[in-house]
Ligand binder design. Structure first.
Ligand code: FES
Ligand SMILES: [Fe+2]
Length: 417
C-alpha cells in the first residue's frame, strides 16, 4: 500500500444513517459514523477494552458505544464513559481508539492513509473527469486478489480479446459496441476479436497520473480500429474511455489478499436516445455495471486468482513494449513508497533531535510509566501498521500514552505491499 495518499474506501451511500458502519480496509477493521453535526468520523473498530468490534455497537449522542460492555468513545477517540465504573468513574487515558482523517467528495468516502499533517492535500480527480461532470452510477464489490494485479489488469486492454471471448454477455457487448452498420451490427464479436494488435501507443506521466492512448486494430484491415484512452491516478484509480464506454474503477486494498473495487459507469449521450424515460437511465447503467461485475470482471478475476506471484512488483514480469503503462505504474508505486519512507525517516530524525534538546533542558528524569510526560518522542511515527492493532490498548489501566492518538502514521516499514 502506498502511504500518504487518499483512498476511497466506500460510497457515501454506504454509510448507515443511525448506526455505525464497519469496513475492512488497509488491513484494518474500521468503524465509520456521523457525529451530531453530520460530520463523518472514522476510527479503528477494535475496542481497546477486550477487542470487540465497535461497528456492531450503537451510536449514543456524540459517541459510539461498544456492543460488549458499552464503553463509549467520542469523536476524538477518547473513552467518555465506562458504564461499569459509573458516570464519575476514572477512565484510564489509554482507553482510546485511533481516529483517522476522512473526507467526502465525488460521492465517495476518502481515507487519508498516512502521516498526521496539519494540512492534507486536496482530493482531486484528473481534469478529464473533474471537468466533465455527468450522471453516473457506482457499484462496489470485493475480490480475493492483490490490488497490484487488479490495477495491472485495468491498465491494458489487449487481454480483452482473449479473456472475454465467448460469454453471451460479451457477445451482447461486442454486438452493441463494435458491430458494423452494414451487417446490422451482428459482426461485432468477429470484428473485435480480430482487432488485437496495438498501434499508436503513447504513454505520458504527469505527477501522480499516467495517461495511455493507443489503437487496437486488425492487422491488415485499418478500417477495424478502436481507439482507447486509459488513465491511472495514484494510488488506486483507473479509468478507461473507448467509444461510448467510460468507466472509472478504484481498486482499494482490503488487506494483503483482498481488494475492494469501486466501479463507476458514466451516462453516454446515446443513452438519452436509447432510453427516453430519464428515471430509467440509472437503472440501465446499474444493470450494465452488474453485468460487468458478474461476467467480465469475474472472468478477469478467474485469471488473476491463478497468477503467480500474487503481488506484482518491478522485476517479476517480462513486459513487452505495449506494457509501458504497467511498467510505469509499478515504477510510480515504488517511487511514492520510497518518498513516504524518506519523509518518515526525516520526521523520526527530527523527533529524536527534539528529544535530545528536551533532555538537555530537563536534567531531572521523569519517574517511569505514568502520565503524559513519559511518552517517547517518536510516538507520532510509531509505525502502527495494518493488523498491528491499537497501541493504546496495551497500557491496561496505566497512565496516559500518546501512542495511537490521532491519525495514523501508516505502515512505513516496507513490510506491507
Ligand atoms: S470489549 Fe468493548 S467495552 Fe468491553
Ligand atoms: Fe478484462
Amino acid at each position: 500500500m502506498i502511504p500518504n495518499q487518499w483512498y476511497p474506501i466506500l460510497r457515501t451511500e454506504d454509510i448507515k444513517r443511525d448506526a455505525p458502519t464497519g469496513v475492512r480496509r488497509m488491513g484494518e477493521e474500521l468503524v465509520l459514523w456521523r457525529d451530531l453535526r453530520g460530520k463523518l468520523v472514522c476510527q479503528s473498530a477494535r475496542c481497546p477494552h477486550k477487542g470487540a468490534n465497535l461497528s456492531e455497537g450503537r451510536l449514543v449522542g456524540n459517541s459510539v458505544a461498544c456492543p460488549y460492555h458499552g464503553f463509549r468513545f467520542g469523536t476524538d477517540g477518547a473513552c467518555r464513559l465506562v458504564p461499569a465504573l459509573g458516570s464519575e468513574g476514572r477512565i484510564p487515558a489509554s482507553l482510546r481508539v485511533d481516529t483517522y482523517e476522512v473526507r467526502e467528495k465525488y460521492d465517495l468516502v476518502w481515507l487519508w492513509w498516512g502521516d498526521k499533517r496539519t494540512q492534507l492535500p486536496e482530493i482531486e480527480l484528473p481534469h478529464e473527469l473533474a471537468e466533465h461532470p455527468r450522471p453516473y452510477e457506482t457499484i462496489t464489490f470485493s475480490r480475493p486478489v492483490h490490488y497490484t494485479r487488479y490495477i495491472e489488469s485495468l491498465l491494458e486492454f489487449y487481454h480483452v480479446t482473449f479473456v472475454h471471448r465467448d460469454h453471451w454477455a460479451n457477445i451482447i457487448d461486442y454486438t452493441f459496441m463494435y458491430g458494423s452498420w452494414k451487417k446490422l451490427w451482428t459482426d461485432g464479436r468477429e470484428r473485435y476479436i480480430a482487432a488485437n494488435k496495438i498501434v499508436n501507443h503513447r504513454v505520458d506521466v504527469e505527477g501522480t497520473i499516467i495517461r495511455n492512448s493507443f489503437d487496437q486494430c486488425e492487422e491488415g484491415n485499418p478500417s477495424n480500429t478502436w481507439h482507447f484512452n486509459l488513465i491511472y491516478q495514484a494510488p488506486c484509480m483507473t479509468h478507461v474511455r473507448q467509444g461510448l464506454l467510460e468507466v472509472t474503477t478504484w481498486l482499494v486494498p482490503i488487506d494483503e489478499h483482498h481488494t475492494q473495487a469501486i466501479m463507476r459507469l458514466y451516462e453516454y449521450p446515446l443513452l438519452k436516445w436509447m432510453v427516453p424515460v430519464k428515471p430509467l437511465r440509472p437503472l440501465v447503467l446499474r444493470l450494465s455495471l452488474m453485468m460487468e461485475q458478474y461476467v467480465q470482471d469475474q472472468q478477469d478475476n478467474d485469471i488473476m486468482a491463478r497468477q503467480e506471484p500474487k503481488v506484482s512488483e518491478r522485476g517479476v514480469n517480462k513486459f513487452i513494449a505495449v506494457d509501458e503503462m504497467n511498467a510505469k505504474y509499478l515504477q510510480m508505486r515504488d517511487r511514492l513508497k520510497a518518498e513516504a519512507r524518506a519523509e518518515a525517516q526525516a520526521r523520526e530524525a527530527g523527533a529524536r533531535e527534539a528529544g535530545v534538546r528536551e533532555a538537555d533542558r530537563a536534567p531531572e528524569p521523569v519517574a517511569g510509566g505514568d502520565g503524559p510526560a513519559a511518552v517517547p518522542a517518536a510516538g507520532g511515527t510509531n509505525g502502527h501498521g495494518p493488523g498491528k492493532g491499537n497501541g493504546g490498548a496495551s497500557g491496561n489501566g496505566g497512565g496516559a500514552k500518546r501512542s495511537g492518538k490521532g491519525a495514523r502514521a501508516g505502515n512505513l516499514s516496507g513490510s506491507t505491499t
